[in-house]
Design a protein. Sequence first.
Length: 475
Amino acid sequence: MLPGPGEVLDALTGALALWLPAQRWYAHKGAGTPQVAIAGWAPLRLAAAQLTLEVVLAVRLPDGTETLYQVPLALRRAEAERSAAEIADEAEPIGVVDAPGGPLCAVDALRTTEGRAALLAPLLAGEGAAGPGLGLSSYLLAAAPPSAPAPPSAPAGIPRTRLLDGEQSNTSMILEVEGGAPLIVKLFRVLQDGENPDVVLQGALTAAGSTRVPAMVGAARLAVAGIRTHALCAQEFLPGVEDAWRVSLREATAGEDPAAAMEALGATVAEVHRDLAAALGTVAAGSEEVAHRVAAMRTRLAETAALVPQVAAQRDALEDLLAAAGDVPWPALQRMHGDLHLGQVLASPQRGWVLLDFEGEPLRPLAERSLPDCPLRDLAGLLRSLDYVAGAVRLQHGADAEAWAARARAALHAGYTAAAGGGGREQEVLLAAFEADKAVYEALYEARNRPDWLPIPLAALARITAPGAAAGSGG
Ligand SMILES: Nc1ncnc2c1ncn2[C@@H]1O[C@H](COP(=O)(O)OP(=O)(O)O)[C@@H](O)[C@H]1O
Ligand SMILES: O=P(O)(O)O[C@H]1O[C@H](CO)[C@@H](O[C@H]2O[C@H](CO)[C@@H](O)[C@H](O)[C@H]2O)[C@H](O)[C@H]1O
């Protein structure tokens, strides 16, 4: 039996503080070395040589702000004989702690076969886990339509899982379900009080019978450090399907005409907006509502300008664009995707475009992301993404895909407007402001995560604010 996990965890906080900033999902890169405390933990499974724990860390930055991170850990005997599967996991050690009976090594539980199984066990059994300061409970969604994959049932032995590679703000694993379609289980890393929009929105679309999202199947809730939120969710996995970012990069490089596909994507986004409005309602965009949202964009601009000097140089012109948005009428506000880009769109040969990851912008507080907003923001997000395609083709291949991007942007816009209605000068003023706001967000995101890519949003900001740039032509 491994000894006192609480003490072992406390002894690991220094090592965790050094390990966290190197993780892809760590949202506070560049903000200095944090201090880490254990906010809560619960035992998930004790196997032969590994104890898997659900762990939530309170991460305090040098500026005094604190964020909760979900970091399930596996504790192993440092010198234990490891199975072939464990060796194949290649989990990088986070730290080693002296303990009675020999040193213990801590690793990211999701990087171990046994750890993933332990995390999935409560979800598969519809059960929970509890420990000091933390409670976990799972549930399956009742209203899944007939098209949804069957809810998983606890398989005998260790379920077949693998970790998903690639750019992610959270951590996802694929679960093979015997006799059924595979599921993808996403573990949310940054925890904030309130329901996760990913679960709420995709759950509502699934319940409404939409095939434009993977069917949401189940989720787990977490109570820790005075907050209640979602810990993870399980949804249908569409295997072997490319995302629209990869498809677009290839087609832009090859110079293929994007018009038909982008028109269809515009229509898909309009359809999802219509279904979300029907399921979760709309709010009239009164002057107070509009002023609040314009103020939020101005705050974001001010905060980013303080951190990214190149944005500060454009600040006055950007302020003008945002102010113009406050002077035109807005369509009704509603729940929407909130961080829509081409990497969040799958190109399914059977279903057409399928939208993913309704969590909203990871750098924005959850409470703000859960407010209804102007749905044109999603269109603006995709317009920005098409500009990113041209930027990435230039960065990676030194080639010019500007004409491709301009045609794709026009087709996307036309497809959305034809399906959703609207259009006209006022819509262009709003789109210009939302694209500018998104490019400001991207400048901060890239400065923190991928400094090599910072020139892409900066070039867009320069274009958007150039004297004589027409509203809506800025991407
Ligand atoms: N249901 C799904 N079917 C197939 N691939 C998926 C599915 N969900 C996510 N993916 C893949 O995983 C990637 C990351 O998923 P996403 O929901 O965007 O996670 P994160 O919040 O961590 O960024 C996506 O870009 C996509 O390539
Ligand atoms: O997918 P996430 O929710 O993690 O979104 C974050 O990361 C995205 C990058 O992976 C980032 O998107 C930006 O880069 C994309 C190309 O990699 C581009 O298509 C997007 O238009 C651009 O915004 C996203 O902003 C960020 O929130």
